[in-house]
Design a protein around this ligand. Structure first.
Ligand code: PLP
Length: 460
């Protein structure tokens, strides 16, 4: 063990118990608290992160994983990933400071924002962070001046037109401009050591990785021709974080492995990295949010009656978290957050058309609509799975509410696997050859959204 994570950082979940039991205990405690404020809180299953890592190693054995800190910068996540030996991809000084504060050495940090503030470039220089990305001349000039011993990675644009969240609209040099940038770097005595790309998030087509790897090969050749010692290929992020995603991680990995064999074959001396965000954390986090207010709205539909003869109605529930905070995936990823009920409802209970709204005083803060829920009450808890990506840490950036409390948990089996850095699937392959679950599982409860139903991390 490297000593980043210790048993005091999380609740050890023993066999026979699950993080769901922990969540139940915590909601009960929160409801009974006498402070009056009942805030949303997260339970994070660090075992699910460990399991993801072992699956990554198994599926992409030639790729060295880095973690994109912006995705979820909570201390438990950073510590468990540091313990697993990952490097960290940081977008700014705050992120570099955060990972250095937990003891990560500069050699394991890459500063991957192609558009950087000069003071932050100087911070990287002062703290020994040498690998930086760029995609334009002005950025190159800034680094030449403020961090002359940096090693640069040229970030190239990809065809991310099919991705849910596109990054190449903002970042990445076009293939046409690469030669000019590489020449410019050479003239400025700035070392370019590799190429990076990001295919965007929620990309339905794994071939986008293969195309970008082929493009990167071309840029490697240009760089080598101009005398740069090209030896780093960074595959970026965009890997799916939950089981219900359109494309499976294993499918993407297989396309990447074939493209690497073709364009960067084993023994070619290129260090292959990826900067994963949502892949590692999405399924590990569950959030409990309580209902703070409710009202019934009669629907103006002449001639339509409920079964009991009353006028049709919909129930509007207000939560203390919304789309400008932890539910920002509604705005950015087109996701319908799927609540499960903390209290089990009987199958005979009538269901009502319902919607969930956040605290902002505008009409856009709608978390979910078109739900069919039993009659709920102020103080009842709703539980949302798959809430680990771009939720923790982004709330404050997006004008959301205060940071929510996070309780970290891990099964003893995951802890033992982490301590031994031991891949359980290697000892005992299951039928599909995938890693055995290390997370502290729970069964799915009443799933209430009429939209897509996700499978909880534990039974993946
Ligand atoms: N790398 C860079 C440069 C990014 O901008 C991002 C996300 O925006 C990531 C990695 C992580 O992406 P994802 O969470 O889709 O894996």
């Amino acid at each position: 063990m490297a000593g980043y994570l210790s048993e005091s950082d999380f609740v050890m979940v023993e066999e026979g118990f699950s993080t769901r039991d922990l969540l139940e205990e915590l909601t009960l405690g929160a409801s009974q608290a006498t402070t009056g404020k009942v805030a949303a809180f997260f339970v994070a299953d660090l075992g699910a992160v460990v399991r993801k890592h072992f699956c990554f190693l198994k599926c992409l054995p030639r790729v060295r994983p880095f973690y994109a800190v912006k995705c979820n910068s909570s201390p438990g996540v950073l510590k468990v990933l540091a313990e697993l030996g990952l490097g960290f991809s940081c977008a700014n000084k705050a992120e570099m400071e955060l990972v250095q504060r937990i003891g990560v050495p500069a050699s394991k940090i890459i500063y991957t924002n192609p558009c950087k503030q000069i003071v932050q470039i100087k911070y990287a220089a002062k703290h020994g962070i040498r690998l930086l990305s760029f995609d334009n001349e002005m950025e190159l000039a800034k680094v030449v001046k403020s961090h002359p011993s940096a090693k640069m990675v040229l970030s190239i644009a990809t065809d991310d037109s099919h991705s849910l969240s596109r990054l190449s609209l903002k970042f990445g040099a076009s293939l046409k401009s690469c030669r000019h940038l590489l020449e410019n770097a050479k003239r400025s005595h700035m070392e370019v050591v590799g190429v990076s790309f990001h295919i965007g998030s929620g990309c339905p087509d794994p071939q986008a990785y293969a195309q970008s790897i082929a493009d990167a090969r071309l840029v490697f050749e240009m760089g080598t021709e101009l005398g740069h010692r090209m030896h780093i290929l960074d595959l970026g992020g965009g890997f799916p974080g939950m089981e219900g995603d359109k494309v499976r991680f294993e499918e993407i990995a297989s396309v990447i492995n074939s493209a690497l064999d073709l364009y960067f074959p084993e023994g070619c001396g290129v260090d292959i990295l990826a900067e994963l965000g949502r892949y590692y954390v999405t399924s590990a986090f569950t959030v409990a949010v309580s209902i703070v207010a409710k009202k019934e709205v009669l629907l103006d539909q002449p001639g339509r009656e409920e079964e009991n003869g009353s006028a049709p109605k919909t129930i509007v529930y207000h939560l203390d978290e919304g789309v400008y905070g932890i539910f920002n995936s509604v705005l950015f990823d087109d996701i319908c957050p799927t609540p499960t009920l903390q209290k089990k409802s009987s199958t005979e209970q009538p269901l009502y058309s319902s919607s969930l709204w956040g605290p902002a005083a505008d009409g856009c803060d709608c978390v979910a609509e078109g739900l069919w829920l039993p009659q709920l009450h102020v103080g009842d808890w709703l539980v949302f799975d798959n809430m680990g990506a771009y939720t923790v840490g982004t709330g404050s950036l997006l004008g959301g509410t205060q940071a929510c409390r996070i309780t970290y948990a891990m099964s003893r089996m995951a802890w033992e696997a982490l301590r031994g850095q031991l891949l359980p699937a290697e000892q005992d392959e299951d039928a599909e050859g995938v890693c055995k679950p290390l997370s502290c599982g729970w069964e799915i409860t009443d799933t209430l959204c009429v939209g897509p139903v996700f499978t909880p991390a534990s039974i993946m």
